[in-house]
Design a protein around this ligand. Structure first.
Ligand code: GDP
Length: 313
């Protein structure tokens, strides 16, 4: 089976405040995705106003980092149980998860909530025990707690064999052992590349894409964000959208985007395994499938339950 060895798709999951934003900021800085004179002046995942106010991550963000000759797409996940549908959809886009756990606090309710969903979807986990610089950190105990939680949540044998990285995101360091804090975050990149499966490269098959999230801007209108599950799509292609009610509408792909750093960049072509955004469909919605006009093949519908809940914020 051919694989896209040039990319890895992961989601980052954690209880609130365990440090996923700090960690992703640091991965961005250290990956060299930014040129030296460019600053990460926007925090990777907390750039929504409501989120800032509440200090929690509500809307998922896609961050992409280049590491050596590879691209790692990192999807953020909302940790809050009210966003179960969104978490499920995001986890469908990735092949592995980075589970961040505070070295002092250990496993918390949101750790359990998102990990359960990740394990159910058979994703490959990488555990990051973060904040090992904290004076009261108890990293070894926390790893035991994480293992217990994996067992309790029904992890399979492969998942139970999870790699562990010890990190101090705030200091930009990580290592394979808890007593060593100097260095860089290199071990996190290497562990992701080694452990998380590369996407299957079936880019010769008919195109299939599912909208996981929506974005909007005044110029482009609605933008569907998701994963290319198979095939290849090019800007200008004629394609079809299968709406939730089963109706099919043709459209032309007016713009295609990939991600780099925190930015969305225009691209000409995307292939199986890529996480992209597609513009050009007026009434596109979450869960809907995009496919070639001559190969109408809807993907299984996904849970959508958060829009009403978002109204309460
Ligand atoms: P998120 O809610 O998971 O995105 O967490 P943040 O990245 O916003 O971090 C929450 C708090 O923990 C912030 O005050 C960070 O500065 C702090 N923090 C993050 N990583 C570390 C770390 O490695 N060590 C220590 N001591 N604090 C950290």
């Amino acid at each position: 089976m051919k694989k896209r060895l040039d990319i890895r798709n992961i989601a980052i999951i954690a209880h609130v405040d365990h440090g996923k934003t700090t960690l992703v900021d640091e991965l961005l800085k250290q990956s060299g995705t930014f040129r030296e004179n460019e600053q990460v002046n926007e925090r990777a995942m907390d750039n929504n106003d409501i989120e800032k106010e509440r200090g929690i991550t509500i809307l998922a963000k896609n961050t992409a980092v280049n590491y050596e000759d590879k691209r790692i797409n990192i999807m953020d996940t909302p940790g809050h149980a009210d966003f179960g549908g969104e978490v499920e959809r995001i986890l469908k886009m990735v092949d592995g998860v980075l589970l961040v756990v505070d070295a002092y606090e250990g496993c918390m309710p949101q750790t359990r909530f998102v990990l359960k969903k990740a394990l159910e979807q058979k994703l490959t986990p990488v555990v990051v025990v973060n904040k090992i610089d904290r004076p009261a950190a108890r990293p070894e105990e926390v790893v035991d707690e994480v293992l217990d939680l994996f067992i309790e949540l029904g992890a399979d044998e492969q998942q139970l064999d999870f790699p562990v990285v010890y990190a101090s995101a705030i200091n930009g360091t990580a290592s394979e052992t808890p007593d060593q804090t100097d260095g860089t975050m290199k071990v996190i990149f290497d562990t992701i590349i080694e452990s998380v499966p590369a996407p299957i490269d079936n880019s010769e098959e008919p195109f299939q894409f599912q909208v996981t999230m929506l974005d909007y801007n005044d110029y482009l209108g609605r933008i569907g964000i998701g994963r290319v599950f198979r095939g290849t799509i090019r800007k200008g292609d004629q394609a079809a959208v299968i709406h939730r009610d089963g109706s099919v509408k043709k459209f032309r792909v007016s713009k295609l985007f990939g991600y780099l750093g925190l930015k969305r960049l225009e691209i000409e072509e995307a292939k199986a395994g890529d996480l992209i955004a597609i513009a050009g469909i007026e009434d596109i919605n979450v869960g809907e499938t995009i496919c070639p006009v001559d190969n109408i093949d809807p993907m299984e519908l996904v849970r959508i339950d958060e829009p009403t809940l978002q109204m309460t914020f």
